[in-house]
Ligand binder design. Structure first.
Ligand code: FES
Ligand code: FES
Length: 154
């Protein structure tokens, strides 16, 4: 069946089964490969996208349930004022190691700072809790979130 999705402000069509996870529609049909597959069971956060601004695990969202919701992916973050700040902080602090988890980290961080512009350490921990980094870049991730929010990093 053909689905028309609103992705990064564009109407994009995908002819797929309704139970296809959004992650695979983004990657395999729409060629938006910045969103990564890690676990497939909502346990790692690598596949995080925004659905109407909320960070969601795209491996768990059947495409038929998306409807007219606004989907944002890492490819759309340069056009998002908060996402742009987050990405700049990430680059300045050289956060990424292998990089695999980082799109998901940036999506969660951007959703956090959009809702809570000056998060406390506890709010950062809570928001980023489900995003796993096998390279353990957690200290730099927190510093970059602080920098993007204009707060002291340590
Ligand atoms: S791939 Fe979706 S949470 Fe791990
Ligand atoms: S940077 Fe390698 S998994 Fe996070």
């Amino acid at each position: 069946m053909a689905y028309t999705l609103n992705v990064n402000g564009k109407a994009l069509s995908a002819d797929v089964d309704g139970d296809t996870p959004l992650l695979w529609v983004l990657r395999d049909t729409l060629n938006l490969v910045g969103t990564k597959y890690g676990c497939g069971v909502a346990a790692c956060g690598a596949c995080t996208v925004h659905i109407d601004g909320q960070p969601m695990r795209s491996c768990q969202i059947p495409v038929e349930s998306v409807g007219k919701a606004k989907v944002s992916t890492i490819e759309g973050m340069a056009a998002n004022p908060v996402g742009k700040k987050v990405q700049a902080a990430w680059t300045e602090l050289d956060v990424a190691q292998c990089g695999y988890c980082q799109a998901g980290q940036i999506m969660s961080a951007t959703a956090l700072l959009t809702k809570t512009p000056k998060p406390t350490d506890e709010q950062i921990d809570e928001a980023m809790n489900g995003n796993i980094c096998r390279c353990a870049t957690y200290v730099r991730i927190r510093a970059a979130i602080k920098r993007a929010s204009g707060q002291k990093e340590a």
